[in-house]
Write a protein that binds this ligand. Structure first.
Ligand code: NAG
Ligand code: NAG
Ligand code: NAG
Length: 447
């Protein structure tokens, strides 16, 4: 406890500084692709789940205390069931009754006595995770509707775990190079870093879902899966003038037929995995280096163009961002066609078609003002505090026990094999830890 508090204090100056510098360069042209408010037609499928402005929904100014109060705490936990809107559970129950949500047993996550994850999620009764009844993406089983590969010749740009302080340098780079990325966001990090969220939204980045607290989704109940996805969609929806995300990426790549079906049938979400893991998320753990990322990228970028590359990368720290920005010239010089996932696979939002944004016919005044003000240099104290906290989380060294061998022997990778680019298995197992630490430091610093 005490140690954490000290760390928080130690990082305050760093976080403040990075904020100021990040906002020094507002001369760039800002994309305003999705600038205006949006509301779906009343008969749109998402309309019951996410109320349109004017239909009883209020969109307080992003980053305000009214705004933050609408969402579950960012405490590293799945949002409490008592908070779940009835409409989401009704939709789940309808889908279950219709037989569209397979009944798959929940996994357990192997941990050592220190609580570190020591292996991949395990299904009870020795069930085969690669069989059609489970089809676990952790065990490399691809479902028909998943995205794993890009179209030939394409490099799909995406980042997980933001928004965080390092999002600023990433967004500046993307704007300078006229690129759009897909940002798989942790809902709790949106709540903690509203200004960084708006940076992404305002340049036209795809706001996609990476759950509220970054759990192993196959280990959760149906209701908790609904809460993890629903609240992340809700905070993105309310903070973008009413846009409903269309894509999600499971934390650590962990999804099976039950999890995918809830995402799709209840929330209309498309499941996106990856086909190369830069392992950039291991840099903070001392288990990967920028050089290591670069040499993997060299190999992939000079390799075959079939299929296209979907590289797992993170906006966790400046170094992980460099894993992309430093390699960007090579991506271009090797002739890859750079696109966001929404540009490759359809729209970023369920109720917005491409660049065709129809202004809402309802009163979105509060949200409109918030969006018009997003280039301002002012930031609420909440934001500054949370950025400090996030810096602590991503800078805290931790020697982790990483053993990803699975008991079933179907594992295709091990943590020591950084060149095993196709595996979702080691993936970002410790991002769960990052998310948990964000939250615990938040509690500590506020209490
Ligand atoms: C990240 O980069 C920004 C911009 O160059 C810099 O201001 C900030 O101090 C860096 N953060 C860390 C933790 O090094
Ligand atoms: C910015 O916000 C202030 C108050 O929050 C509001 O009065 C002003 O109209 C906004 N600016 C724009 C350009 O909407
Ligand atoms: C890493 O894994 C790949 C695929 O399983 C294998 O071909 C390669 O030899 C492994 N490399 C190391 C260093 O173990």
């Amino acid at each position: 406890m005490f140690q954490h508090t000290l760390l928080c204090l130690a990082f305050i100056s760093v976080a403040t500084q990075s904020f100021v510098i990040a906002h020094g360069g507002h001369g760039h042209k800002i994309r305003r692709r999705y600038f205006q408010d949006w509301s779906q037609p009343h008969d749109h499928s998402v309309n019951k789940l996410f109320k349109r402005g004017g239909d009883g929904a209020q969109y307080p100014e992003v980053g305000s205390s009214d705004w933050a109060a609408k969402y579950p705490p960012a405490n590293g936990k799945t949002p409490d069931q008592s908070l779940t809107p009835k409409e989401w559970l009704d939709a789940l129950n309808v889908a279950v009754a219709a037989g569209t949500i397979p009944a798959v047993d929940r996994t357990t996550i192997p941990r050592n006595s220190a609580g570190d994850v020591t292996g991949a999620p395990v299904y009870p009764k020795n069930q085969d995770p690669t069989g059609p009844g489970i089809c676990s993406a952790t065990y490399q089983c691809r479902a028909a509707d998943d995205v794993w590969d890009g179209p030939d010749g394409t490099f799909a740009i995406s980042f997980d775990d933001g928004p965080l302080p390092s999002t600023s340098i990433l967004v500046d780079f993307l704007k300078q190079n006229n690129e759009i990325a897909t940002h798989f966001m942790i809902g709790a990090n949106v709540r903690n870093n509203p200004q960084r969220f708006l940076d992404v939204f305002n340049y036209g980045g795809d706001c996609a879902v990476h759950t509220w607290s970054h759990p192993y989704m196959t280990s959760l109940s149906n209701e908790d899966i609904v809460a993890e996805l629903g609240w992340t969609m809700q905070i993105i929806h309310d903070s973008t003038g009413g846009k409903v995300p269309k894509m999600w990426r499971p934390p650590t790549g962990d999804a099976d037929v039950r999890v995918r079906a809830i995402a799709k049938e209840v929330f209309g979400l498309k499941t996106v995995i990856w086909n190369r893991d830069s392992a950039d998320w291991r840099i903070s753990l001392g288990q990967q280096t920028l050089d290591g990322v670069n040499s993997d990228m060299d190999k992939w970028l000079t390799g075959p163009k079939t299929p296209g590359l979907v590289v797992l990368e993170h906006e966790l720290t400046n170094l992980t961002v460099q894993g992309f920005t430093g390699n960007y010239p090579k991506i271009k010089s090797n002739g890859w066609n750079t696109k966001s996932l929404a540009q490759l696979f359809g729209d970023a939002y369920q109720n917005v078609n491409g660049d065709q944004v129809t202004p809402a016919s309802v009163n979105h005044q509060a949200s409109g003002n918030a969006l018009l003000n997003t280039t301002s240099d002012s930031v609420s104290s909440t934001t500054t505090t949370s950025q400090t906290i996030s810096s602590v989380a991503t800078s805290t060294p931790r020697t982790a026990t990483v053993t990803t061998s699975s008991s079933s022997g179907t594992s295709t990778s091990s943590s020591s094999n950084k060149t095993n680019s196709n595996s979702a298995l080691p993936s970002n197992m410790f991002s769960q830890w990052f998310a948990a630490i964000f939250a615990s430091t938040l509690i500590i610093s506020l209490s």
